[in-house]
Design a protein around this ligand. Structure first.
Ligand code: LMR
Length: 394
């Protein structure tokens, strides 16, 4: 079976993680994989998570199966977090999934089964696993312009022109906030314009919400998603709790289908449960239970929101400090865009060769497309990284 196998291409982010792990230079800086780090370089277990886990450990008296779509209390908590009161509950179907990626996979597989001719529109660029999963499932991939490398901002006109060519039933994959890898946000006006275009074309928004709370606030980061869900008949959402609850390895995500009404909701709920059964049967429960415990208790919610706010403000302060250090090092505002981006990522505009030089000569790890994880930048590393970037990129 394996003798003549042609090996799949390894994901560039995961490949970089492996090279970093094998690097024994003491001053190495990991700006690769999208994992939050506190100023002392740790990825902490959040305080509310610890307390919720303690409660679960003390009170849980069975580990028996829950349900194919996961616990309805988890659905309810996530529905409120993601959608607020943008749509009536009766329109929303949901299923727990192993992480945001699990939810992406379930939604794309459902699309391939139900509407095999639908294309999936991906932003250029996007997280490499979006195209990898879509390709794996045999879906047609189309791209829409997004990033303007000249300005480090949005190619608004290009994006709108490309999206107007989507066909009815196509999926348009949008990043709810904290675009991965560019860091370029959509304004509420942009969401409004995208919604109007989707209304005209009949294409369906598919929103990857992996960083709610990492951009501006829990509410602002969900505003575009809520707008589209309220104005269009169907919206698909893959939400992740990896980053905002720090539950990376517990794999907590949810696939949400906002449908046109109660009959469609019933069908979507049945389909989501069916795809769970075919792929892994029951979804993991522990992390989902942690999330529902936090969101179901006002005191834990408050502890969680406060810590999340601190993480977000820390990242935004790092962005400002790094942009300033680069301004001093380069004597220009060339990297000023870093300060206005949101979330963990920004593209620094490095060629693959420059990325290699940063790694080989300065032990600075950036993804090959030039994506850096701002949250990996501890305050004491900022001068070194700014100096190296100025030397290699200018
Ligand atoms: C990232 O983009 O670095 C994260 O989402 C981790 C991953 O799985 O690639």
């Amino acid at each position: 079976m394996f003798d003549a196998v042609s090996l799949p291409e390894t994901d560039q982010i995961l490949r970089l993680m492996a090279i970093y792990a094998g690097d024994d230079r003491p001053l190495k800086v990991d700006l690769g994989v999208g994992v939050y780090r506190s100023p002392d370089g740790r990825t902490p277990v959040m305080a509310a998570v610890k307390q919720a886990e303690q409660r679960i450990w003390q009170n849980q008296n069975t580990k028996s199966y829950v349900g194919l779509a996961g616990d309805p209390a988890f659905h309810g908590a996530m529905r409120s977090l993601v959608l607020g009161d943008a749509v009536p509950v009766g329109r929303v179907a949901a299923a727990a999934a192993p992480g945001g990626t699990g939810a992406i996979r379930q939604i794309l597989e459902m699309t391939k089964r139900l509407t095999p001719d639908a294309a999936v529109w991906l932003s250029d660029p996007t997280w490499p696993n979006h195209s990898s999963i879509a390709r794996y499932l045999g879906l047609t991939i189309r791209t829409y312009r997004y990033y303007d490398a000249e300005t480090g901002g949005l190619d608004r006109a290009g994006m709108m022109a490309d999206l107007s060519a989507a066909a009815p039933g196509d999926l348009v994959l949008l990043h709810a906030c904290c675009h991965n890898p560019t860091g370029v946000e959509l304004s509420l006006q942009d969401w409004q314009a995208i919604g109007a275009t989707l209304e005209t074309t009949g294409a369906i928004p598919f929103i990857d919400m992996a960083y709610q709370g990492f951009g501006n606030s829990l509410e602002e980061d969900a505003a575009g998603t809520r707008l589209l869900a309220g104005m269009l008949p169907e919206t698909l959402i893959a939400a992740s709790c990896s980053k905002n609850f720090g539950l990376y390895r517990d794999r907590v995500g949810i696939a949400i289908a906002v449908t046109s009404g109660e009959t469609a909701q019933g069908a979507a709920q049945a389909m989501l449960a069916y795809f769970n059964r075919q792929n892994y049967s029951f979804p993991p429960d522990h992390g989902a239970r942690v999330v529902e415990t936090i969101l179901g208790d006002p005191i834990l919610t408050d502890i969680w929101r406060t810590e999340l706010r601190g993480m977000r403000e820390g990242m935004n302060a790092t962005r400002a400090a790094f942009a300033e250090a680069l301004r001093v090092e380069t004597g220009s505002d060339r990297f000023g865009f870093l300060g206005s981006h949101r979330g963990m990522f920004s593209l620094i505009g490095a060629t693959p060769e420059q990325v290699d030089r940063l790694r080989e000569e300065h032990a600075i790890y950036v993804v090959r497309d030039g994506r850096m994880n701002v949250a990996g930048l501890t305050p004491d590393a900022i001068p070194h990284v700014a100096r190296a970037m100025a030397e290699v990129l200018i």
